[in-house]
Design a protein. Structure first.
Length: 255
């Protein structure tokens, strides 16, 4: 069942770009071990909301709480360190690096510590590196990229690049994973496979905020749906009620 305390929440979150209000006073609660879909037409503010929650874009107002603690003013890497991991609407991988190296980049936060810590760690570095590599290989197998460690990321098929990005995010052992249109450009089979993977991540207890346009996928996969329109939240609730809502139908489905 849904835990009482949300893993990730925001209150009155607002993002302005000059005169444009891309996100306007949004309240959101994402609970552990749930898939929370974030939907809305193009330009509704979905990516901006994710960018703001994860510290890539500064809020103009409101606050974000991770496990009940404010994360205001923190840089993206600090937010990641606190347990928020993400993927991007446009894949961001190092195409000239191997699959394994791309996943290991995800754990850089573990190396950004104080000098003392660093000196102490140097002795343990070799041991740690081996542990990270094992962990990375496990995650690659988990996302279905077994045996591709040494391949260049840029040579992977598009759907596999999406999976690699997810493996990299999971390297942070996040309490919440934010996926910005991970299924964009995929065929029906690839989408179904990725949906299965996302369900498995939920089963492991992780909270997932998922931007997805495919209504059938959102219906079958998500526990809760938030609808944005012109930067504002216009509906929030279980998927069945959401798609029956007249405002959602006119705004999002164009009916
Ligand atoms: P969605 O992801 O729902 O399609 P976005 O969050 O990408 O929507 O965009 C919301 C609005 O904010 C759009 O009008 C977009 O043009 C604008 N926008 C997004 N990012 C920026 C930016 N960095 N600077 C200026 N305007 C932006
Ligand atoms: Mg977007």
């Amino acid at each position: 069942q849904i835990s009482a305390e949300p893993v990730l929440s925001c209150r009155g979150l607002t993002v302005r770009f000059g005169g444009l209000v891309a996100v306007r006073g949004v309240d959101l609660d994402v609970h552990g071990a749930t898939i929370h879909a974030l939907i809305g037409p193009n330009g509704a503010g979905k990516s901006t909301l994710i960018n703001c929650l994860t510290g890539f874009v500064k809020a103009s107002g409101g606050e974000t709480l991770l496990a009940g603690r404010p994360v205001a003013g923190k840089a993206a890497y600090e937010v990641a360190e606190l347990g928020m991991a993400r993927t991007f609407q446009n894949i961001r991988l190092f195409g000239g690096m191997t699959v394994l190296e791309n996943v290991l980049v995800g754990c850089h936060r573990n190396l950004e510590r104080s000098i003392l810590d660093l000196l102490f760690r140097r002795a343990k570095a070799a041991e740690e590196e081996a542990r990270f590599i094992d962990q990375a290989r496990e995650l690659l197998a988990f996302v279905g990229l077994n045996g591709r460690d040494g391949q260049l990321a840029g040579s992977l098929a598009y759907g596999h690049q999406r999976r690699l990005e997810i493996a990299r995010a999971l390297m942070l052992a996040p309490s919440v994973l934010l996926l910005d249109e991970p299924m964009a450009g995929m065929n029906v089979v690839e989408k179904a496979e990725l949906a299965e993977l996302i369900s498995q991540i939920r089963a492991d207890g992780t909270a997932i905020l998922l931007v997805e346009h495919d209504v059938e996928i959102v219906r079958s996969l998500s526990d809760r749906v938030t609808v944005l329109h012109h930067g504002e939240k216009i509906a929030d609730g279980p998927p069945d009620g959401i798609f029956a809502d007249a405002r959602v139908q006119s705004a999002y489905l164009g009916r």
